[in-house]
Design a binder for this molecule. Structure first.
Ligand code: ADP
Ligand code: MG
Length: 261
């Protein structure tokens, strides 16, 4: 579903991703662990085309992200029949991005809109659904995350855990092929973490393909199929979740797990 091949990312001189290779199969839940600053957020922001990669390729369901094969330009007749990579237009990138749901640490809901209006927004504007259809869809997604009785609440009237569940419903309303989560519970009070993890676990059980950056080791062990450990812009260890967490091989993974467990 997602295939990253030798992905590099520079911010100016700073080499943040140093040749990342990652395959996520359909229906797989992949947890990304690693210390702060190791490039986890950057990697999944690249998956969502919020960042442009400096080298390498990323495919979503076989389709190259951000670029396409183009034939050599007419003014270079000596290159006739050759192809090169061309950047996609903003519109084409927006279409690709709409297939990928993303949930951030901070929920970024529209404060002056109700839960229902927040979830309806993208189906109305991006998918072009009629208001009635968007409303029906939004209600279904909010019910799915257990907020069927909070449709008309504004974000300020909801707990952090409820707001994050609205954010998940909002992403799901676009019927994405993949869901990306960047530390979705890190900003929550401890007593609200469980309800968000439960929604994510239900989503995983339904077969959603998910990439989850998290420090919730128990969640990674129980829910993820695979764990990837990043350090200094590279994947240093990857394998079945229980194996990597219970029996890490790389010294950096061992140190990290010893600190967080
Ligand atoms: P993580 O999510 O694992 O904590 P990040 O992907 O956020 O790591 O960051 C990796 C590195 O890239 C860090 O050194 C960070 O300071 C740097 N970085 C992230 N975003 C930017 C940016 N927009 N401009 C410059 N440097 C950045
Ligand atoms: Mg991060």
């Amino acid at each position: 579903m997602i295939r990253a091949e030798n992905v590099h990312k520079f911010y100016g001189e700073l080499h943040v991703l140093k040749g990342v290779n990652l395959h996520v199969a359909p229906g797989e839940v992949c947890a990304i662990l690693g210390p702060s600053g190791s490039g986890k957020s950057t990697l999944i922001r690249c998956f969502n085309e919020l960042e442009e990669i400096s080298a390498g390729r990323i495919y979503l369901n076989g389709e190259l992200l951000g670029m396409k094969e183009a034939s050599a330009p007419w003014w270079q007749p000596w290159r006739k029949g050759q192809t090169e990579l061309a950047k996609l237009t903003e519109k084409e990138i927006a279409r690709q991005r709409s297939q990928i749901g993303m949930v951030f640490q901070r929920f970024n809901l529209f404060g002056h809109r109700t839960a229902l209006e927040n979830v309806m927004e993208a189906p109305l504007r991006v998918l072009g659904l009629k208001p009635e259809a968007a409303k029906k869809l939004a209600i279904a997604e909010l019910e799915k995350v257990g907020l069927g009785d909070r449709l008309d609440h504004y974000p300020a009237q909801l707990s952090g855990g409820q707001q994050q569940r609205v954010a998940i419903a909002r992403a799901l309303a676009m019927k994405p092929q993949v869901m990306l989560f960047d530390e979705p519970t890190s900003a929550l009070d401890p007593e609200l973490v469980g309800e968000v993890l439960q929604v994510m676990q239900d989503l995983a059980a339904e077969g959603m393909t998910m990439v989850v950056v998290t420090h919730e080791i128990a969640f990674a062990r129980e829910v993820a199929d695979r764990v990837v450990f990043m350090d200094d812009g590279q994947i240093v260890e990857s394998g079945p979740a229980k194996e990597v967490i219970n029996n890490p091989q790389h010294s950096r993974t061992k140190e990290f797990l010893a600190e967080v467990l």
